[in-house]
Design a protein. Structure first.
Length: 491
């Protein structure tokens, strides 16, 4: 079959200097330089599984005000485009230091059911995933980077590290199965489960510390029991940091990295349904030579042979100002446009199938950790919406190449919906005009634009495909066809 290609030509109009006319000495403007972005339908990459965030309308911890309401659920499903939701499966409170659990099933269930109902009403294939921050205290032993110390309880219970004792792994699997059954009884089929968040870091809150080999051994031990009861469930991990897993020495895995041990442990690897990392990486123009590009490219190259999808399941640290600014502590932080560039890097270089922000919403304000304050939104919400709302589960990323070092694009086709979507970043501080040349794309397209001066509007702007304006330092999503989750009607 003949390969079909999309060709997007980007024309850069810069003021030319005066020059002598041919044979007449008259001044003429220099011809405009034309940059070309090519999108090739014949080369397909990852299939998108979802975009999303963690948690409820307010944080589970502290003194939450309103954990859910109908308008918030409608907004995140129908407006933002939530298609994957991450939550913590909490252990029971252990009373260590007079503290109990931040949440339990009774506290979480109304949120889960509200999102379930809104997604069903809107015909959105919402995927719910769970992460464990700590096993129950009664199953944990003291641990360090080298070993789990069987017979020695973790002195701080669910908090300050520790790991599941080797003798307790089957009991731990049964506890995980109990949680999956609770969800099933509420009409929710959990899509995926991670048995330990960030397994390297001992924290003052619920946390664990697993030696890298012990992490793989635990997965190999608990996976068969879980899959015997829930055969379609994806186990994902290690949910360690990208810069730890991708490494500082190129693509070769250090033997102490979690992913390296998973790759070397076939029994553990067979239990995985997705590889997942957390990306707290420096923000920068995502050229091929950037640190973000190198980290994602290295990691993707190292795990590609597994055939497993790659997920980014946690990030934050971006303030709501477009070009960055200070956080509440007066520290410098990247901004909303940096978030757009980070998402591009993960999709384009890492070939990720899922991208999730940390805390979705908090009542106290839109901190660097939260996208929303209840139903109040800002620039990071609109940046996220460019991807979440229009790149729907089932979309396939297509190969795209640009000869403009400050123009970046990811392009997707969704066969069931019959659409084509491309998200374009203009990293330059000058306006660009884009010309789209593509078979099967209409003369006019829907365009959604967010920049420092504007935010994504509910209704698109209709643009001619041969004259699409990209404002300086902006994100633009072009859509041909439907972006709703209902399949296109058959003719």
């Amino acid at each position: 079959m003949k390969r079909r290609a999309f060709s997007i030509s980007v024309t850069l109009f810069a003021l030319a200097g005066l020059a002598a006319a041919f044979g007449a000495g008259r001044a003429h403007a220099a011809a405009p330089r034309v940059s070309t972005l090519r999108v090739d339908r014949g080369v397909k990459y990852q299939t998108i599984e979802g975009f999303g965030f963690f948690g409820a309308r307010d944080s589970w911890w502290g003194e939450p005000r309103d954990l859910v309401d109908a308008e918030w659920a409608r907004m995140v499903i129908d407006d933002l485009g939530l298609s994957m939701w991450r939550n913590e499966y909490y252990p029971p409170g252990d009373g260590v230091g007079g503290e109990g659990a931040d949440a339990d099933w009774n506290k979480q269930r109304p949120v889960l059911e509200a999102l379930r109902d809104r997604a069903q009403a809107s015909r959105v294939p919402l995927k719910m995933i769970l992460t464990v921050w700590s096993a129950p205290a009664s199953m944990k032993c003291a641990s360090d980077k080298e070993a789990i110390h069987e017979g020695k309880p973790n002195p701080h219970g669910t908090k300050d590290g520790g790991a599941v004792c080797p003798s307790q792994r089957q009991r731990f699997a049964e506890w995980l199965i109990d949680g999956l059954q609770l969800h099933a009884l509420s009409g929710v089929k959990v899509y995926a489960l991670s048995f330990q968040n960030e397994p390297l870091f001992r924290q003052s809150y619920n946390s664990g510390r697993y030696p890298q080999g012990a992490y793989a051994d635990t997965l190999a031990a608990i996976g068969p029991a879980i899959h015997a009861r829930f055969p379609d469930l994806k186990l994902f991990g290690p949910e360690s940091l990208l810069d730890t897993e991708a490494g500082k020495n190129g693509s070769e895995f250090d033997p102490y990295w979690y992913t390296g041990h998973l790759l070397a442990q076939p029994r553990a690897l067979r239990q995985l349904g997705a590889l997942a990392v957390h990306a707290y990486t420096p923000s920068m123009l995502p050229t091929a030579a950037s640190q973000a590009a190198r980290l994602w490219s290295n990691f993707h190259a190292a795990v590609e042979r597994t055939g497993l999808p790659l997920w980014m399941t946690e990030t934050s640290g971006y303030v709501d100002a477009w070009e960055g600014g200070k956080n509440a502590k007066g520290e410098d932080r990247p901004g909303a446009f940096d978030l757009a560039q980070a998402m591009f890097a993960a999709l384009y270089y890492g070939k990720v199938s899922a991208w999730l922000w940390w805390q979705g919403s908090e009542s106290a304000g839109m901190s660097e950790s939260s996208l929303m304050q209840g139903t109040v939104v800002g620039k990071r919400y609109h940046v996220s919406k460019h991807f979440y709302r229009f790149i729907r589960p089932g979309a396939r990323m297509l190969r795209s190449t640009s000869d403009d070092p400050k123009l970046f694009a990811v392009a997707f086709a969704h066969e069931q919906l019959g659409n084509f979507v491309t998200v374009l970043l203009n990293g330059a501080r000058t306006e660009k005009t884009l010309k789209l040349v593509a078979d099967g794309v209409p003369q006019e397209l829907d365009a959604y634009v967010t920049s420092a001066a504007t935010s994504l509007w509910p209704k698109p702007v209709r643009v001619a495909r041969d004259a699409i304006t990209l404002p300086p330092r902006s994100i633009t999503t072009l859509v041909s066809g439907s972006y709703h989750d209902q399949p296109r009607p058959q003719r």
